[in-house]
Design a binder for this molecule. Structure first.
Ligand code: XUL
Ligand code: CO
Length: 437
């Protein structure tokens, strides 16, 4: 029997909404169908390696606090192996079907790139075995191009061509191991692809370089036959003052400008949306409207703290809107719902990881059922349709078909004294939403 890192936790089961058991699902019932599809398939829940296993609870004012028995090892590679075992034990007991990682989460960097890659290969073999043993799949892999000091001024956007080359090597290797682990996708989050001061920054040149790196990744993906979906993850700032992948719309413009839009979708994260001054719903609706919704990093921020707190998503209203957008998009294909979230600094016990994920999964399960109810009820869609009723008149149809010009519209406007548009009815919409929640 391999060592257990969660000896007091058994497999988490669905017990229904009346259960009072902390280690049980009250709403997430993997096999239950909602709109003809199981909850498991709607969500494709993933547990991330960095927060679950590697995040020690440090913040800008103090070091880690968490008790992490998987770190108790004579050397760092043994710790890396133990951590992989712990993550798969955690996911198996929780019942999530997917995981996500950065290259440097699963295997620590060594003195040279060649040695680092060797270490990574060793751990990836173990991960592959654990995937086969448990049936858990890789949602996406990625390269950490932001922690090491060499990336202090970016990776694809670094001022140093040598750093760019190192980043390229890291992406190449991360693509290879993601392919080996049959990843459904691969994420690019440019933590330091941005600037702290425009005085010392050539923005246009940096963006050209970033696009070159992404084109190289697309070429390499084709060369090795990796069929996973590429995702870009928008975030406006932090650690940089301004990150180029600011929000969904900025990423879209970048992808269009550099002829990359056919090769990428977006991985939208809640706390990144709010840092950009948007709601998650806004970011998702932008992505859905442009066929760019690929995957979701679920979490939430705190309105009273300015940084990316990455809390577990437990706000039912927000999660309902996420599920409405997800249903509108027709669900995930290559993507899934990754909890890019961490337990609070004072939640130090390994069991807190379970409470956190159970809370997130139960909240999303409730939200999905409500979103399905909203869809079947039809009132919100009908009320929205009514607001735009004027576009179904001959005038509206002629404008939409492009049959009009400014002079023709002026002639119509001169004959019609238009007073105001129909009521927005926002309060009624909110009442209907509350009724259905
Ligand atoms: C950072 C963040 C990353 C990406 C992957 O805010 O969200 O963990 O999801 O690099
Ligand atoms: Co993320």
């Amino acid at each position: 029997m391999p060592k257990s890192y969660f000896p007091n936790v058994k497999e988490i089961k669905y017990e229904g909404p009346t259960s009072k058991k902390p280690l049980a699902f009250k709403h997430y019932n993997a096999n239950e169908k909602v709109l003809g599809k199981t909850m498991r398939d709607h969500f494709r829940f993933a547990a991330c390696y960095w927060h679950c296993m590697k995040g020690a609870g440090g913040d800008p004012f103090g070091p880690g606090t968490r008790i992490m028995p998987w770190n108790d090892a004579p050397d760092e590679m043994t710790a890396a192996e133990q951590t992989m075992h712990a993550h798969f034990e955690f996911m198996t007991k929780l019942g999530v079907g997917f995981w996500c990682f950065h290259d440097r989460d699963i295997s620590p960097e060594a003195g040279s790139l060649a040695e680092t890659n060797k270490r990574l290969d060793h751990i990836v073999k173990l991960a592959g075995k654990m995937q086969r043993d448990t049936g858990i799949k890789l949602l996406w892999g990625t390269a950490n191009l932001f922690s090491h000091p060499r990336y202090m001024s970016g990776a694809g956007t670094s001022v140093s061509a040598k750093v760019f080359a190192h980043a390229a090597a890291q992406v190449k290797k991360a693509l290879e191991v993601t392919k080996e682990l049959k990843g459904s996708g691969y994420v690019f989050w440019g933590g330091r692809e941005g600037y702290d001061s425009l005085l010392n920054t050539d923005m246009g040149r940096e963006l050209d370089h970033l696009a070159l790196l992404l084109h190289m990744a697309v070429d390499y993906k084709k060369k090795i036959g990796f069929r996973g979906q590429f995702f870009i993850e928008p975030k406006p700032k932090e650690p940089t003052k301004h990150q180029y992948d600011f929000d969904a719309a900025a990423c879209h413009a970048f992808l269009m400008k550099y002829d990359l839009v056919k090769d990428f979708m977006l991985n939208i994260e809640t706390n990144h949306a709010t840092l950009a001054g948007h709601s998650m719903h806004h970011e998702l609706e932008y992505a859905v409207g442009n066929n760019l919704l690929g995957s979701i990093d679920a979490n939430r921020g705190d309105t009273l703290i300015g940084w990316d707190t990455d809390q577990f998503p437990t706000d039912l209203y927000d999660c309902v809107m996420v599920c409405c957008s997800l249903l509108k998009a027709g669900g995930f294909k290559a993507g899934g719902l990754n909890f890019d979230a961490k337990v609070r600094r004072q939640s130090i016990d390994p069991v807190d990881l379970f409470y956190a994920h159970i809370g997130g999964m139960d909240t999303f399960a409730r939200a999905l059922k409500i979103a399905a109810k909203i869809q079947m009820d039809g009132r919100i869609a009908k009320l929205t349709g009514e607001r735009y009723a004027g576009w179904s008149t001959p005038l509206g149809r002629d404008i939409e078909k492009g049959k009009m010009n400014l002079a023709k519209l002026e002639a119509i406007a001169l004959k019609n004294n238009v007073d105001r548009a129909p009521s927005g009815r926002q309060e009624l919409f909110e009442n209907v939403l509350n009724e259905l929640i």
